[in-house]
Design a protein around this ligand. Structure first.
Ligand code: PLP
Length: 255
């Protein structure tokens, strides 16, 4: 049985982001994906219309059902939807301190739609931050989580909040020619990459990157290797992404 990543993530009916992105990315990384579904969203590649979150009891029941059944090495979280679900995941992680954990602090869909109450989610994330092997915020999430505009200071604030490692993703920064991602471990910058900025907007790029990293970590990569493999893979699947309708965001072609 392939080593398994258990994802706490939401359903995106467009198939671009959320748990489908997780399943496809983790499959491509060579690992097996299991899902504890946090929410059913109503959205397409252009807009979020709403969502219904799973209760914390249902969420934990899904996770507990597979714990002794699958060779889980790593947890990955994306959209959690409610503070109750964040607290439930924290409880689950404390029961399993041996699991690696990739925390993608999702607050907003790439189309701009909210995936929860931002102010309360931000506060609740504080409990998860010290439990994570690595956090993968984009710069919008980094600023929201810390309330600090300067990116270096904001990153150091995450370490002050107990983070062990942080991959800062620069896709939302005003760098028209390139995207800079920076990996910090224990407050130190250990690697940075600049890749050419592809044209257009993408739906599910963050989920895909974090999940591929989780899959590689589960299979024994160290953090630097996992980030490198995930970035290389993501660039390829974004290059061949498909536009569903002229106004829609591109959907990564992960196969
Ligand atoms: N999780 C769900 C369920 C989503 O619907 C979205 C975005 O629509 C995300 C996560 C985050 O997506 P992205 O990878 O584009 O940041």
């Amino acid at each position: 049985m392939r080593t398994t990543v258990l994802c706490f993530s939401g359903l995106d009916p467009s198939g671009g982001a959320g748990l489908q992105a997780d399943i496809e990315a983790i499959g491509q990384s060579g690992a097996h994906a299991a899902i504890a579904c946090t929410a059913l969203t109503i959205q397409n590649s252009q807009q979020v219309f709403g969502f219904q979150a799973t209760s914390k009891e249902l969420l934990l029941a899904q996770a507990h059902a597979v714990v002794d059944d699958l060779p889980i090495k790593c947890i990955k979280s994306g959209m959690l939807g409610t503070t109750e679900n964040i607290a439930a995941l924290a409880e689950f992680l404390r029961e399993h301190p041996d699991y690696l954990y990739v925390l993608d602090p999702v607050l907003v869909a790439n189309s701009g739609g909210l995936l929860g109450n931002q102010a309360t989610l931000v506060k609740a994330f504080a409990e998860l931050i010290p439990l994570a092997t690595v956090l993968t915020p984009n710069t919008v999430e980094l600023r929201a989580l810390t309330g600090i505009d300067d990116l270096e200071q904001a990153t150091q604030q995450l370490f002050a909040m107990g983070a062990q490692a942080v991959l800062v993703k620069g896709g939302h920064e005003d760098t028209p020619a390139y995207i800079r991602n920076a990996l910090y471990i224990n407050g130190e910058l250990v690697s940075e990459t600049r890749c050419p900025r592809l044209e257009g907007e993408y739906h599910g790029s963050g989920c895909s990157l974090a999940s591929f990293m989780a899959g590689r970590l589960a299979q024994g990569d160290n953090l630097k290797q996992a980030v490198h493999h995930a970035e290389t893979w993501l660039f390829g699947v974004l290059k061949q992404a498909e536009i569903p309708v002229p106004n829609g965001q591109r959907i990564p072609k992960r196969f």
